[in-house]
Structure formats: structure tokens, C-alpha cells
Design a protein around this ligand. Structure first.
Ligand SMILES: *Cc1c(COP(=O)(O)O)cnc(C)c1O
Length: 356
């Protein structure tokens, strides 16, 4: 080992889903939205004056903060924006998780949490989901340095009722509790209604899934003004200009089109429910997903085999070679046509396999 190596911060990085690029592919592996962003986004980007790119963007990202605040009937001081919710959550870890006690998140959850905890040297404990892949609220009544989990959880898609979230909050008044609502718009009740009641609650959302803007990188946190101030203090100690002019313009245009947003979410929910029925007929089982994906296991065929067979057809889904979930596929909800093609392929594949 070289002498300088001992002072290096070594991390095992998060592995994002692959981004293949084939003209005929059906991409159901990273929970992107199959529909284009709101029409206003294209207009806003076309109207962008490139000469303004000489100038730094607004460090406060005020037009976007205002748009989000007004959409949710909040004060501007209750909203923080960042470069995707990954950036927002990383900033939250740095700001709020500074206890000697371990933070808590489920054993099966978004696989970025343990990466950030390791990066920032935050101790953590991972209470196990039950056999139905539900978060057990009782596990979050123990000494801790903070709590984070997605609702609905990823990659299971399973939601926690708001009453249980409130119970967790009541039992944890002395630490920050973060609810990662990346998929909340596909049919889960948001914890946003609780931020005035619990000053230790942060609700984190993203434009990447329900607003079709994964490529633009916009995320936000909502909570008590004091929490938002601490978050901004850390941001300004790190990078003042997180939001570029393009992202600000696109974000505002997206938020301003409530009707398009609600319509695309509704379509995805409909397609999801259709896909559930078809998958069940084929012998798959899964929890009752409220997200834009289904986390499914087949009764006969190993997930890894299906993953590879689908991949050969240029149908991409996500497979995690991890304990407890290595016989599941996470299938993003695409358009009706894409899901019909998926089901048609699976039907043929499983039938041939039976006759082998
Ligand atoms: C997709 C996702 C995020 C991050 O999304 P961004 O693209 O960074 O906004 C955060 N949490 C969960 C659970 C996700 O699935």
C-alpha cells in the first residue's frame, strides 16, 4: 500500500440501473416515466435565451421554490430544491444525521441509503421487512440517530398507511424522520399533511418519476422552515449553484401543468393494475404495488433466468442479486403497448419452458 492511500476515503459506490440504447428496446429497468414531460417543458426550453448562460443561475432557485410552494400551498421557507432527490437526500444525510446512535432504514430498501451512510461515516441499523415485505413500525421504536425510508418502499412498491407513519413520528420526536416519496404520486397518501404538526419531519419528492424529468435532475424536500434553513446552510457551504437555468425553467413549466401531470399518473396506475392481473395469470406473485413498478417473483421460473431471457429480447427489467430478493424482478410500468409486449413474451417463454 502506498503511503497516501491510508488517507483516502474509500467507498463502495451505488450501482445505477444500466442505460442501454437500442432503437427497438423496451426499457422497464429504472422506473422512468414512459410519457414525455408536460408540453410546457418543451416550450420553456425552446424559449431559453442561451446568452443568459453566461450568467450564474439564481442560487436560491426562487422561481422553482415558489412554483412548488404554491402547488402544495406551502410557504417558500418550507421548500428546498436540489439536483434530483439523490442530491437532496445526500444533503439531508450530511445535515441531519450526526448522532453517535445508528440511523434506521429497512434491510430491503433504496440501495443508496447505505452508500451515503458509509460515505459520511454515519452508523446505521437495518430492521428487516416482514415476510410480506412490509415495514414493521415497531422496529422504529428504539434509540436511533434518525430515520429514513421510502413510501411506497423501493423496490417492493409496498405503501405504509399515514397513521403508521404518524405513530413512528410520535415515537421519534428527538430525531429527524425523512420520508422519501419518490413514488407517492402513483397512489399513496403523502406525509406532507403532517409537516406542520411535526417539526422533525422532512418529506422528499422528485421530478424523475411522476413528472417524466429524470434527465433534468430535480428533487425537493418539504418541511419546517427551521429544517429547510439548516439544509440551505449546508448547501451554501458546499455548492451555491445546484440548480442550473435549464432545470429551473423546465421544473417551473412542469409544476404549472397540473392537469397533464394528473392525467399521466392516472394512465400509469391503470396500466399497472392491468399488468398485475396479467402477471398473476402467468403465475407471478407480488405485493400490492402503489408505485410505477411491480416487484414480482414467479412460482416456477427463477428471476435470473427470466431477466436474461427478457434481456435477449431487448426488454430490460431490473434484477438485484441480493439476499431475500434475488428471485424477484422489478418491472417498471411502461405504456400499454410496452406492457402488452412484455406479457406476450412472458406468456410464450413460460409456455415453451413448460413443454421442454
Ligand atoms: C428514483 C429514486 C430516488 C432518486 O431519484 P432522483 O432521480 O435522484 O430524483 C430517490 N429515492 C428513491 C426511493 C428512488 O426510487
Amino acid at each position: 500500500m502506498k503511503n497516501w492511500e491510508k488517507n483516502i476515503r474509500k467507498v463502495v459506490p451505488y450501482t445505477p440501473g444500466e442505460q442501454p440504447n437500442q432503437p427497438d428496446m423496451i426499457k422497464l429497468n429504472t422506473n422512468e416515466n414512459p410519457y414525455p414531460p408536460a408540453p410546457g417543458v418543451e416550450k420553456a426550453l425552446k424559449a431559453l435565451d442561451t446568452d443568459t448562460l453566461r450568467l450564474y443561475p439564481d442560487p436560491k432557485a426562487e422561481i422553482l421554490v415558489k412554483a412548488i410552494a404554491s402547488y402544495y400551498n406551502l410557504k417558500e421557507e418550507q421548500v428546498f430544491v436540489g439536483v434530483g432527490s439523490d442530491d437532496v437526500i445526500a444533503m439531508c444525510f450530511l445535515t441531519f444525521f450526526n448522532s453517535e446512535k445508528p440511523i434506521l432504514f429497512p434491510d430491503i430498501t433504496y440501495s443508496f441509503y447505505d452508500v451515503w451512510a458509509d460515505l459520511f461515516k454515519i452508523p446505521y441499523k437495518r430492521p428487516a421487512l416482514n415476510d410480506q415485505f412490509h415495514i414493521r413500525k415497531e422496529d422504529y421504536v428504539q434509540p436511533n440517530g434518525g430515520i429514513i425510508f421510502p413510501n411506497p418502499n423501493a423496490p417492493t412498491g409496498v405503501s405504509m398507511p399515514l397513521a403508521e407513519i404518524e405513530e413512528i413520528l410520535i415515537n421519534n420526536r428527538d430525531v429527524i424522520v425523512m420520508i422519501d416519496e419518490a413514488y407517492v404520486d402513483f397512489g399513496t397518501e403523502s406525509a406532507l399533511s403532517l409537516i406542520d404538526k411535526y417539526d422533525n419531519l422532512l418529506v422528499i419528492q422528485t421530478f424523475s418519476k411522476s413528472r417524466s424529468l429524470a434527465g433534468m435532475r430535480i428533487g425537493y424536500a418539504m418541511g419546517n422552515p427551521e429544517l429547510i434553513k439548516y439544509l440551505n446552510d449546508v448547501k451554501y457551504s458546499f455548492n451555491s449553484y445546484t440548480m442550473n437555468r435549464t432545470a429551473l425553467a423546465a421544473g417551473v413549466a412542469s409544476v404549472n401543468d397540473r392537469e397533464y401531470f394528473e392525467e399521466t399518473c392516472r394512465k400509469i396506475v391503470e396500466t399497472r393494475e392491468w399488468t398485475k392481473t396479467e402477471l398473476r395469470k402467468l403465475g407471478f406473485s407480488f405485493g400490492d404495488s402503489k408505485a410505477n413498478f411491480i416487484f414480482a417473483a414467479h412460482s416456477e421460473c427463477p428471476a435470473k433466468e427470466l431477466f436474461e431471457a427478457l434481456r435477449n429480447e431487448h426488454i430490460y427489467v431490473r434484477y438485484f442479486a441480493k439476499p431475500r430478493i434475488d428471485n424477484h424482478l422489478r418491472i417498471t410500468i411502461g405504456t400499454d403497448e410496452e406492457m402488452q409486449k412484455l406479457i406476450a413474451f412472458l406468456t410464450g417463454y413460460l409456455k415453451n419452458r413448460e413443454n421442454r
